[in-house]
Design a binder for this molecule. Structure first.
Ligand SMILES: Cc1cc2nc3c(=O)[nH]c(=O)nc-3n(C[C@H](O)[C@H](O)[C@H](O)COP(=O)(O)O)c2cc1C
Length: 136
């Protein structure tokens, strides 16, 4: 099973955890980047507004063909209880029939997005193997 670690990180916590996981798994790693990095105000206002509604916003091309992997380990920060819009954009691009493991990184260690992630990947044959909340 070929595995890739993917992460989005606004302040560095998810990035550090993703890098450790990629080393441990000897896996490739790719970063989800906003098309334009949002200001703090934009992240908290528009970003949280979008996150709560499960909306995406534009991201840069990942630069890696996800179709070449069987298993995706996704490290995502939690914004307003949910995955940030950049992560939602990536989830919409996950190719068919992938096994996905999500590590939700937040200050509180709780989130409300597991079912929504499943709902996005399931119609394309995706399988959410695990969902873990991690307190940063
Ligand atoms: C815009 C924004 C919204 C956030 N909303 C939440 C939240 O609802 N619950 C929570 O526990 N932490 C929240 N946090 C804190 C982050 O989830 C936490 O600091 C996480 O570790 C950040 O990961 P990062 O450093 O990789 O960006 C929020 C942070 C930001 C920037």
């Amino acid at each position: 099973m070929k595995t890739i670690v993917i992460f989005y990180s606004y302040t560095g916590h998810a990035k550090a955890l993703a890098q450790k996981a990629a080393e441990k798994e000897s896996a490739d790693i790719a970063e989800i980047r906003d098309l334009r990095r949002p200001s703090k105000f934009r992240a908290f206002a528009l970003g949280c507004f979008a996150a709560v509604r499960g909306k995406s916003w534009p991201i840069q091309p990942l630069g890696t063909d996800l179709a070449a992997y069987d298993r995706l380990i996704l490290f995502s920060p939690i914004w307003a209880g949910n995955t940030p819009p950049a992560v939602n954009a990536l989830l919409e691009q996950v190719p068919e029939n992938k096994t996905v493991l999500v590590k939700a990184v937040s200050a509180s260690g709780s989130s409300a997005c597991k079912e929504r992630i499943e709902a996005v990947i399931k119609p394309r044959g995706g399988h959410l193997e695990s969902f873990e909340n991690i307190k940063s």
